[in-house]
Design a protein around this ligand. Structure first.
Ligand code: MLT
Length: 313
């Protein structure tokens, strides 16, 4: 067998439909491995031209420096906060993500947990399993006529807006980086100040990447501006909504409920105080965990890595 020109390491269970795209190229040799400790990856990363993974493998400075032949990091997903971007730039390694593939899955889960909060679905299911009939204690609210404030009007924020409108909600949005026409196209009322979004929200949902500007963006002062009826959703990244502040706001009744899918530390520690808060729905970073989204992001990332490898000489 003739030697193939490019070696690509694929890990973190990237969907096979994407991997098949790489395998089909005559110049690409694919090596697939399960998620492993960084020390093991470091031993061999120097023999690859490209790496493709999800969020489980942290692409640190050490990783990138050890990758002597590395030209491309492919991320089968949106967030690149697991990649040391300054080092990648310094070393001339391209970082490619798959921005479009999982937006619908994230938005659908957000509505799943939102309805869960509005109608007490997890509590009701638990009470039934425990043999009770708590009908009189579990009255809920409709979403119709309520105001959803979307923080971050990118791809996922846009999908949230479309669905919120279908539920008859009023949609307001805060995003200083997005121009007015996109708000108009999505029929989102643009608010200029975060405080206005907080004060008007029945449902506050964050869809921004984690960076120095967004870390702790929704903390105690922000939560204190919200109405007692409000729900807060964080299906973006741990740290955008400060976990301690959210726990305090929920236990004190400052807000009515919340749902969190992304955490400061993942997996969420077994003894995390968040686990004990009743009006908080927790899910283990499931936003993009659908067969559809995983196939989409794998295909998107693998095609982009293939093209960058074979046309990049
Ligand atoms: C993403 O960034 O694409 C999602 O949070 C899911 C993931 O981390 O793979």
């Amino acid at each position: 067998m003739t030697e193939r020109r490019y070696r690509v390491l694929v890990t973190d269970e990237v969907d096979p439909e994407g991997v098949a795209i790489l395998r089909a190229h005559p110049d690409i040799e694919v090596v697939e491995k399960p998620t492993r400790p960084l020390t093991e990856v470091l031993e061999e990363i120097g023999t690859y031209d490209a790496f493709i993974g999800r969020s489980a493998t942290r692409v640190t400075r050490e990783f990138l420096q050890a990758g002597e032949r590395l030209r491309i990091i492919g991320r089968a997903g949106v967030g690149v906060d697991n990649v040391d971007l300054p080092t990648a730039t310094e070393l001339g390694i391209a970082v490619i993500n798959a921005p479009g593939g999982n937006t619908v899955s994230v938005a659908e889960l957000a509505f799943g947990v939102l309805i869960g909060l509005a109608r007490h679905v997890p509590v009701a299911a638990e009470s039934m399993r425990a043999g009770r009939w708590d009908r009189s204690k579990l009255g809920g609210i409709e979403l119709r006529g309520k105001t959803m404030a979307i923080i971050g009007v990118g791809r996922i924020g846009g999908e949230m807006a479309r669905r919120a409108r279908a539920f008859g909600m009023q949609v307001i949005g805060y995003d200083p980086y997005i121009a007015a026409p996109r708000f108009e196209e999505l029929a989102i009322e643009r608010v200029e100040r975060l405080n206005e979004a907080l004060e008007r929200a029945d449902v506050l949902t964050v869809h921004v990447p984690l960076n120095n500007e967004t870390r702790g963006m929704i903390g105690a002062p922000e939560l204190s501006r919200m109405g007692r009826q409000a729900f807060v959703l964080n299906l973006a990244r741990g740290g955008v909504v400060a976990e301690d502040a959210l726990a305090d706001a929920l236990t004190s009744g400052r807000i009515a409920g919340a749902a969190v899918d992304a955490f400061d530390h993942e997996p969420l520690p077994v003894d995390s105080p968040l686990r004990a808060i009743p009006n908080l729905i927790l899910t283990p970073h499931l936003g993009a965990s659908t067969t559809d989204a995983q196939r989409n992001v794998a295909v998107e990332a693998c095609e982009a890595v293939r093209d960058a490898l074979v046309t990049g000489d």
